[in-house]
Design a protein around this ligand. Structure first.
Ligand SMILES: Cc1ncc(COP(=O)(O)O)c(C=O)c1O
Length: 457
C-alpha cells in the first residue's frame, strides 16, 4: 500500500477489541515444563499454588490446552479507558534513517501508569476482588508494575503492598509517590520487615536489590497475612495470557490494511510484553500458517536468554517460590544497577524459554549506552520519550532497519513500545552527561549464579 493509504496511527474501534485472551501454550507441541514443588520436586498442583496466588489465576497458570479465555466484561470496560492502543507507523523514523524498511510500533504508554503492565494488573486485581480478598502484595523493579497494580487495586478497593527494588526506590522517588497516591504502601527491598529480607541483607550488606529479592519478600508477606495473595507482573503464564491483548490488537490492526510483518521485536525482562505481542503471530507459526522472525532484546548486563542456562531454577532469590524451567542466570545472580530496572531479572518466562529453546524465536543482548542512543534518536523524530526498557526494542528495530538500508530490502518491522520514560530522567541525565557505563558480566561472574542452580535433571 502507498504511504497515503496507511495512516500514521492505526486505531481500532472499541468493537474490534479482543473479547478473549489467547493462550499460546495451547498451540505449542513442546509445552513449557511445569512448575515444581521445591520440596517434593513434583509438578505443583492447584491446591499447592492457591495459598500464594488467586484461585482463578492459578487455573489460568496451569492450563496449557485452552486456547481462548473470555475477558470478563468488567476488565473489558476498564480496558476501554485506555485501549485500543495505537499501532503507529514510524514514518518520521523511517525518513530519518533513510531506510526502505517499514517500521510500526505498538504504543502501550498511553495510560497513567505509563506502560503495558496495566493490562495484567487490572485482570489480577479483578480476580483478587472476586475472590473476596483484602489485598495483594507484589514486587516492582522499575516501578511500572507497582504503579499499574496500585491503580488497579484502587479501582477495585483492594489494599496493595509493593516491595520495590532498592535501586529503583532511590532512583525514582516520584514513581514511588505515584503508587502512594493510588493508596499503595511501598517498601524498598531488601528490607528488614521480612525474614527473607533480613537474610539477604545479612548475606549481601549494602545490596541494591533485585527483582528476585523483592519477589521473596512479597511472597512471604502474602502467605503470612490473612486475606492476601501475591501477584506478579511478569514471567508467569497468566501474565503472558493477559498481555496477549497487545498482540491480538496489533494483528487486527495489521490485518485491516493487509500488512504482514517480517520481523517482530520486543524487549524481554520476564517476557510478558514480548509474550503478549507475539502471541497470535507465534500461534500462526506453531500451526504452520505463517512465518515470522521474532527477536527478544535483553540488556547485556542481565543476559538470561543469550548467556543463561535452560534449567530448573528458583524464581526468587530467597528460594521460597516454586521452581520453573527457564533460561536463567541463577537466582543468586544480582545484576549490575542497569537503568532498565524492569529488565533486571535473572530468569525468563518458561513459555518463551521453551519457544527459544525450540528455535522458534531469536534473542540479542544490547548495551545500555547504545540503548539510550536509540531512545534519543527515536524521541527526537517520533516525539514519544521512551522508557529505557522499551528502548531496547527500539535499538534492535533501528539496527534491523539499517540492515535493510544496506540490502535495499523493504522489510516490515513491528516492535513493542511498552512505555514512557518520564520517571527515568536520572538515567537520561547520566547518558547526556557521559556518565553512563556499560556493564557486561564476565563468564566467571555468571558461573557464580550457575553454581547455585538446583541440581535437577
Ligand atoms: C516499560 C517496561 N517495558 C518492559 C518491561 C519488561 O517486562 P516484561 O518482560 O514483563 O514485559 C518492563 C518491566 O518493568 C517495563 O516497565
Amino acid at each position: 500500500m502507498s504511504k497515503q493509504e496507511i495512516p500514521y496511527k492505526i486505531y481500532l474501534e472499541e468493537s474490534e477489541m479482543p473479547k478473549s485472551w489467547y493462550n499460546v501454550r495451547a498451540d505449542m507441541k513442546n509445552k513449557p515444563a511445569p512448575l515444581l514443588n521445591p520440596g517434593t520436586l513434583q509438578p505443583m498442583k492447584q491446591e499447592e499454588l492457591q495459598p500464594v496466588f488467586c484461585e482463578e489465576l492459578v487455573k489460568q497458570e496451569l492450563d496449557d490446552t485452552t486456547a481462548y479465555f473470555e475477558i470478563p466484561e468488567e476488565i473489558r470496560n476498564f480496558y476501554k479507558m485506555y485501549r485500543p492502543s495505537p499501532l503507529v507507523r514510524a514514518y518520521c523514523l523511517e525518513e530519518k534513517l533513510q531506510t526502505p524498511a517499514k517500521i510500526y510500533y505498538k504504543f502501550e504508554g498511553n495510560n497513567t501508569s505509563g506502560s503495558h503492565k496495566l493490562n495484567s494488573a487490572i485482570a489480577q486485581a479483578y480476580y483478587a476482588k472476586k475472590q473476596g480478598l483484602k489485598g495483594v502484595t507484589t514486587e516492582t523493579g522499575a516501578g511500572q508494575w507497582g504503579t499499574a497494580l496500585s491503580m488497579a487495586c484502587s479501582y477495585f478497593g483492594l489494599d496493595c503492598k509493593v516491595y520495590m527494588v532498592k535501586v529503583s526506590y532511590e532512583q525514582k522517588p516520584f514513581r514511588r509517590e505515584v503508587m502512594r497516591t493510588y493508596g499503595a504502601s511501598v517498601t524498598p527491598s531488601p528490607s528488614m520487615d521480612t525474614e527473607v529480607g533480613r537474610k539477604i541483607l545479612e548475606a549481601h550488606p549494602g545490596t541494591s536489590g533485585s527483582l528476585g529479592c523483592a519477589i521473596s519478600e512479597a511472597v512471604e508477606v502474602a502467605t503470612k497475612k490473612e486475606g492476601y495473595r501475591y501477584v506478579l507482573g511478569s514471567v508467569l503464564n497468566q501474565v503472558l495470557l493477559h498481555q496477549s491483548v497487545i498482540g491480538l490488537e496489533t494483528k487486527t490492526a495489521l490485518d485491516k490494511y493487509g500488512i504482514k510483518p517480517d520481523i517482530i521485536i520486543g524487549c524481554a525482562g520476564g517476557g510478558s510484553n514480548l509474550g503478549g505481542l507475539i502471541a497470535p503471530f507465534m500461534g500462526e507459526k506453531l500451526r504452520g500458517e505463517a512465518d515470522y522472525r521474532i527477536i527478544a532484546v535483553e540488556p547485556a548486563s542481565c543476559p538470561s536468554f543469550t548467556r543463561g542456562k535452560f534449567a530448573y531454577d528458583f524464581c526468587d532469590t530467597g528460594m521460597v517460590c516454586p521452581l520453573a524451567k527457564m533460561h536463567t542466570l541463577g537466582s543468586g545472580f544480582i545484576p549490575a544497577a542497569d537503568h532498565a530496572g524492569g529488565l533486571r531479572y535473572h530468569g525468563m518466562s518458561s513459555t518463551l524459554s521453551q519457544l527459544y529453546h525450540d528455535g522458534l524465536m531469536e534473542a540479542v543482548s544490547v548495551k545500555q549506552t547504545s540503548v539510550f542512543e536509540a531512545a534519543e534518536q527515536f524521541a527526537r523524530v517520533e516525539g514519544i520519550l521512551p522508557a529505557p526498557e522499551s528502548s531496547h526494542a527500539i535499538r534492535v528495530a533501528i539496527d534491523e532497519a539499517m540492515k535493510c538500508k544496506e540490502t535495499g530490502e523493504e522489510k516490515t518491522i513491528v516492535f513493542g513500545l511498552t512505555g514512557t520514560g518520564y520517571f527515568d530522567m536520572v538515567a537520561y541525565e547520566k547518558f547526556h552527561n557521559g556518565e553512563m557505563r556499560d556493564y557486561v558480566p564476565t563468564d566467571e561472574e555468571l558461573q557464580i549464579g550457575f553454581d547455585g542452580l538446583p541440581k535437577i535433571d
